[in-house]
Write a protein that binds this ligand. Structure first.
Ligand code: FE2
Ligand code: FE2
Length: 431
């Protein structure tokens, strides 16, 4: 086990500097593509030696290679099936052997058949059956509580930071899908699911908006709360951390489908899997702790529906990472596995700092900062386990087992036409 590594001052800049270096200085190495597609694109870029970095806490075991930029220019074939590739008269139909989750070549991505990954279509159907609307939840009790001083000053601060971060962060997820992910996904069924996920994230933002509106806050009052993520450094740091991964993909410079682009993509997907599986549930737990005391229970109900969606996003995100590794095993080498652990560890540091900033007195009744931090560590371990990595922390039991009361564990199975249990939260296992 590695010791939990806390930064000395909560300054996010070292993390961000490190992450920026990790990909601004990596580049595509192998340009020996074969299997040429009907429609090719080309790209010029400067080749450099691949480099991986790791956080200080992981430094002992990680190889940090020297960066050796070259000025040599390569002409690279970019054969991947692309969403913006023109439609060609006479092009052949996709066949299941050709379809890949990323980097597929020689077929058009706009056809629903063959269905290479039927479980992903099921993800779409399950998600669609779960669709809900925030204004179906009555908010009258919460409005009364908010306006009659039912929450303590500490609880009010925690809640304001909480909803500010969650609203901003729910913007990041679809923006990442839109800017960094969708263009590289070459299976139609996954593209369909991710489109639906983007709609759900928009619905979550509407939920947060509806909550503050329901409290009777005017635009100024709402704006002061929503803007906190630009005022509290620990909130800013978490958001910028994920954004760095998105930007690393966008500015990678290597052709889609290349090992270098795939590496940037995988790091980004891991960071957003963490987002769905760790950052969101930790945030929700703060409001569920209020609800346990009988406070903001209507808001907690909104959060329960959001959590159900985020669980499915996490399940899909984990599958996507696994499938990419399965289809591109060379990507998951020792340096990448160490990098993944470092990313997960960084997320726990950020989450711990978030907990301290939002609960500066060590917690609120029913939720201690220690429990909060341990919950983050537990979820980090689960992510390590899910990715086949050595665990980071010595956490055996769930520090907030009561959270299961707030998990909505049911979905309607489209084919069976009935409600059944599905696995959620900390119980998530590989499919
Ligand atoms: Fe969301
Ligand atoms: Fe999500």
């Amino acid at each position: 086990m590695l010791d939990f590594d806390e930064p000395s001052n909560g300054d996010e800049s070292p993390l961000l500097r490190k992450l920026s270096v990790a990909h601004s200085k990596t580049a595509y190495k192998n340009n020996s593509f074969s299997g040429i597609a009907e429609s090719r694109q080309t790209a010029d870029y400067k080749a450099t030696k691949p480099v991986m970095t790791a956080s200080k806490s992981m430094g002992k075991e990680s190889a940090i290679e020297e960066i050796t930029p070259t000025t040599e220019k390569h002409r690279v074939i970019f054969p991947m099936s692309a969403s913006l590739a023109p439609v060609s008269i006479g092009a052949r139909r996709p066949d299941a052997d050709s379809v890949k989750i990323i980097g597929g070549q020689g077929y058009d991505v706009r056809q629903p058949v063959p269905l290479k990954y039927p479980n992903i279509r099921q993800h779409f159907l399950n998600a669609r059956n779960n669709f809900w609307t925030p204004n179906d939840i009555a908010m009258g009790d919460d409005k009364m509580q908010w306006n009659t001083g039912k929450l303590t000053e500490e609880e009010t601060w925690m809640f304001k930071c909480n909803i500010s971060y969650l609203t901003a962060s729910d913007n990041l997820v679809p923006d990442n899908l839109d800017n960094a992910i969708l263009a590289q996904i070459t299976a139609n069924e996954m593209r369909q699911y991710l489109r639906w996920q983007m709609a759900e994230e928009a619905n979550h933002i509407e939920s947060y908006f509806f909550i503050l509106e329901s409290f009777g806050l005017d635009v100024e009052g709402q704006g002061q709360i929503f803007n906190l993520y630009q005022q509290v450094p620990e909130l800013t740091a978490k958001l910028n951390w994920n954004l760095t991964f998105t930007n690393n993909v966008v500015s990678c410079g290597a052709p889609f489908g290349s090992p270098e682009a795939n590496r940037a993509l995988l790091e980004d997907l891991i960071s957003y899997y963490i987002f769905e599986y760790l950052f969101f549930p930790l945030g929700f737990s703060q409001v569920f702790a209020l609800a346990r005391q009988g406070k903001l229970r209507n808001t907690a109900q909104q959060y329960q529906y959001i959590w159900r969606d985020e669980n499915l996003h996490a399940i899909n995100g984990r599958w996507l990472i696994r499938q990419i590794i399965k289809e591109n095993p060379a990507l998951w080498d020792k340096s990448m596995r160490e990098r993944a652990r470092a990313i997960i560890n960084e997320a726990v540091i950020l989450e711990t700092n978030f907990g301290k900033a939002t609960m500066p007195n060590g917690g609120i009744p029913g939720l201690s900062l220690k429990s909060y931090t341990d919950y983050a560590r537990l979820m980090a371990n689960n992510i390590c386990q899910a990715l086949g990595l050595e665990l980071l922390f010595d956490i055996k039991e769930h520090p907030m087992a009561w959270l299961s009361e707030y998990e909505m564990k049911q979905e309607v199975n489209f084919f069976e036409g009935r409600v059944r249990d599905y696995r959620v939260g900390s119980d998530l296992k590989w499919e």
